[in-house]
Design a binder for this molecule. Structure first.
Ligand code: NGF
Length: 292
């Protein structure tokens, strides 16, 4: 079986000024991930503004990224939504497009029972037709707080190989990693990549990897060579950018930086997200000229 450990960019979805998907810029984001020597990309997640897209758009993005990756990246398709049938359709499309794994957020909003969640994942795994599944746990956005036991149950479903754990609860991450040694845990909050690795994560998936992916690769190398002191200082420098992104808005902030770098054509985000205003842009410009 494929080794999924490593560092993945949660890909953004570039739009043109009319908020239509800009596939040329999407391709250049994929090339940017290859150039940063990332392990792979996580397509159509929160960072990809997936919940602001139609089914057809989500499928088109999955297909376009797979074509642009030229076999150089591990491809994880995020197919999650609150409608099981939609997830299944996308999982099936991901399989057809050549993805290596699917992932799905815990269905949110209605407060579904845990048994309903289990059925939801079983159905997606079935539709993914043999592709491994990575559960996406992001309680801060879904409001679904899974217990350690529930996570273990999800991990024990057929074809579930791991979890993307986007939570600042490193104690829970440590327990998941240690109690489920055959499974892979991806750290989802970039600002705690280093502590996440220390707690047992085998990689990370995040939005800021689109811009500073090489920093996470470097941290990982430094950990392997035993140089935690230097790893800490790389994490520290990543976190100063993350502080700023959290302040101005992560998705619009990243799009603005990538547009300034000439990687994507516009910094358009989909409403109701808002682009940075001129004051926020100035803050980012000042940071970039001094640090990036
Ligand atoms: O934006 C969030 C949610 N989390 C992302 C990432 O976990 C989302 C994280 O990179 C993701 O991978 C996806 O697209 O599905 C943060 O943006 C970053 O750590 C800054 O806080 O809050």
């Amino acid at each position: 079986t494929k080794n999924f450990a490593g560092e993945y960019a949660a890909l953004l979805t570039p739009f043109d000024q009319k908020e239509n998907i800009d596939f040329k810029s999407l391709q250049s984001l994929v090339v940017n991930a290859i150039d940063q020597d990332l392990t792979g990309v996580y397509v159509g997640g929160s960072t990809g503004e997936a919940f602001l897209q139609s089914q057809a758009e989500r499928r088109d993005c999955l297909e376009s990224v797979a074509e642009s990756s030229l076999g150089k990246l591990n491809l994880i398709a995020h197919v999650g939504s609150i409608r099981t049938k939609d997830c299944c359709e996308l999982a099936n499309a991901a399989k057809g497009a050549g993805y290596h794994a699917v992932s799905a957020v815990t269905p949110f909003y209605y407060g579904f029972s845990f048994d309903a969640l289990l059925d939801h994942y079983r159905a997606i795994v079935d539709a993914a037709d043999g592709l491994p599944m990575i559960v996406y746990n992001i309680p801060v956005l879904t409001g679904v707080a899974l217990s350690d036991m529930q996570i273990e149950e999800l991990l024990n479903l057929e074809n579930v190989i791991g979890i993307k754990q986007t939570s600042i609860d490193l104690y829970q991450l440590e327990k998941i990693a240690n109690r489920n040694p055959g499974k892979i845990v991806f750290n989802g909050f970039d600002e705690i990549f280093l502590p996440g690795q220390m707690a047992g994560a085998q990689g990370g998936i995040g939005s800021t990897y689109n811009v500073i992916g090489s920093k996470y690769k470097e941290i990982q190398k430094l950990i392997c060579s035993g140089d935690v002191g230097r790893a800490k200082s790389v994490q520290k420098s990543a976190n100063r950018l993350i502080d700023l992104l959290v302040l101005v808005g992560v998705i619009p902030g990243l799009k603005y930086i990538l547009q300034q770098k000439g990687i994507i054509a516009t910094d358009t985000v989909r409403a109701p997200f808002r682009m940075l205003d001129s004051m926020q842009k100035r803050l980012v410009d000042d940071f970039i000229s001094s640090a990036l």
